[in-house]
Ligand binder design. Structure first.
Ligand code: HEM
Length: 474
């Protein structure tokens, strides 16, 4: 099967043919395109560049080689204990009892999953990137979350303005600071905070040398610090190291948390799916501490199906991953596209194409599991059907600029969802409708059963508000 490309003219997006575009502008590093849009705005308004936004393809390749060190299988094994510690803490918060006097005391406190999934993701990344929790779980939220969202909204807003070239010079941090811009003030605070955390983290790294391999702290910071290009001997400069660590927080927090809150949204609205998922997890593990990164967990087809279905229906980066065609033009889908044209197709659109995903607005984890009952899906889930679904799945993008954190994201999502299913029964707070669509929200947002995202490159979203009850384990 041809690998689908996201690149095409906007008018052709709905046509099935777009998924067979042979021009591999996403998958081929030599394709005659360059990143643009939100990432370009990010380069122009921020100090310093990171792997994610750098447009130059050679520079990106060199940076990405270094970044890959932090995401190898070996690195993930060492990162797991930090992820697990945060997930345990998170489950503790989900188990917190209601206040005396409230009704239904066997169910715990109400938890807004948009907020709490984000709290978890931020604390994991604080721990991994800077050696310290951001304390989002303890405080119930974090100013860094608001900062990242407001920066993303700002960049998205100016990225597509026709007069953006006039605006970029006015967005210099010094000018905005003088004007009292709140986001810039928070950015300054963030820089100061991570500056202090990095100092402490360097001290830990220095003390590593006297410790056995097993006792050394091996987190993202460690891997980035020691990353070396074997061919060139290149390493991250200290300033870039801090920038890259901050990038990982921005790239990894809202994305994973959108996926988890979406998954919770769909599970509580689909009791059949919820029961089946609980059944799979509870029958596989005898104890919650058995739920770790490994073959037993990654081999659970329905758990993975639920997560991939949430990522399909509500992709955390839902919009255009746009590319600008370079001088010389490019042939896309049989069309000669001239230099300067911006091309792309939104991931949300691609992942709702009926040819690849029959009944595209229904939460059907079975579509990812070969041999699932046609009575549930309404179609045969043949191996070809599953591979077609996989071929159009672009939640993590594809090619050389795809998500470097994909495996780390699956680690966090699989462990969190599985542990939650093992430990708790869950239900929607009575009357909660947060995150739902409705006719009052306008065309395209009318489906009550669809988790609503606002595309600011990353996604703004609300709810669902859930309650948790500790399961009796005999
Ligand atoms: C469900 C979770 C996630 C989703 C859906 C996701 C999605 C994506 C997408 C679509 C891109 C491409 C963006 C573009 O073309 O501009 C991307 C890039 C990236 N992601 Fe993720 N991401 C997730 C989790 C993570 C995590 C946990 C991390 C790190 C801790 C991470 C780090 C990155 C980085 C560094 C890039 C830039 C890679 C490059 O340009 O070479 N992501 N991600």
């Amino acid at each position: 099967m041809a690998v689908p490309s996201l690149l095409t003219s906007a008018s052709a997006v709905a046509a099935a043919a777009v998924l067979y575009v042979s021009a591999d502008a996403m998958a081929n590093r030599r394709a005659n395109v360059i990143k643009t849009g939100w990432t370009d705005a990010s380069m122009r308004v921020n100090v310093g560049v990171t792997t994610h936004v750098v447009a130059d393809r050679q520079l990106h390749a060199a940076r990405r080689k270094l970044l890959n060190h932090a995401f190898s299988e070996g690195a993930l094994k060492n990162l797991e204990k930090f992820v697990l510690a945060n997930i345990r803490e998170w489950c503790g918060y989900m188990a917190e009892p209601k206040e005396n006097g409230e009704k239904d005391l066997q169910w715990g406190k109400e938890r807004d999953m948009a907020q709490w999934s984000t709290n978890l993701a931020f604390d994991v990344l604080g721990d991994l990137c800077f050696g310290k929790s951001f304390n989002a779980m303890k405080q119930g939220s974090s100013y860094i979350q608001k900062l990242i969202m407001s920066s993303s909204v700002f960049q998205m807003t100016i990225a597509y303005l026709p007069i953006r070239e006039f605006i970029f010079p006015l967005t210099k941090p010094s000018i905005l600071f003088v004007l009292g811009n709140e986001t810039i003030k928070q950015k300054v605070k963030y820089r100061q905070d991570i500056g202090a955390m990095v100092q402490d983290r360097f001290a830990v790294e220095n003390s590593n040398s006297g410790k056995s391999d097993h006792d050394q702290r091996k987190d993202f910071f460690h891997y980035l610090l020691h990353a070396k290009n074997p061919e060139t001997g290149e390493t991250f400069k200290p300033i870039d190291l801090v920038g890259e660590a901050a990038l990982l927080v921005a790239a990894g927090a809202d994305t994973s948390s959108t996926a988890m809150s979406a998954c919770f949204f769909y599970l509580v609205r689909n009791p059949r799916v919820l029961r089946k998922l609980q059944g799979e997890v509870r029958a596989t593990f005898d104890d919650v501490e058995e739920i770790k990164w490994g073959a037993k967990l990654t081999g659970l087809p329905y758990l993975r199906g639920c997560i991939d279905e949430a990522l399909r229906m509500s992709p955390p980066v839902p919009g255009l991953l746009d590319r600008r065609v370079l001088p010389g033009g490019m042939l896309i889908d049989g069309h000669n596209i001239p230099a300067g044209t911006v091309v792309g197709a939104p991931t949300y659109t691609v992942q709702h194409n009926e040819q690849y995903y029959p009944r595209p607005f229904e939460f059907l984890p079975e579509r990812w599991v070969e041999g699932s009952e046609p009575s549930v899906t309404g179609f045969e889930v043949t191996p070809e059907r599953v591979s077609m679904a996989k071929s159009a799945f672009h939640a993590f993008s594809s090619g050389p600029r795809n998500c470097v954190g994909k495996n780390m994201a699956y680690m966090e999502m699989l462990i969190t969802m599985a542990r939650t299913m093992w430990l708790f029964d869950i239900r929607l707070k009575e009357g909660d409708r947060s995150g739902e669509g409705g006719p009052e929200l306008g065309p395209g947002r009318e489906r009550a059963g669809e988790y609503q995202l606002t595309d600011w490159f990353i996604s703004e979203r609300h709810g669902p508000v859930l309650e948790f009850k500790k399961r009796e384990v005999f």
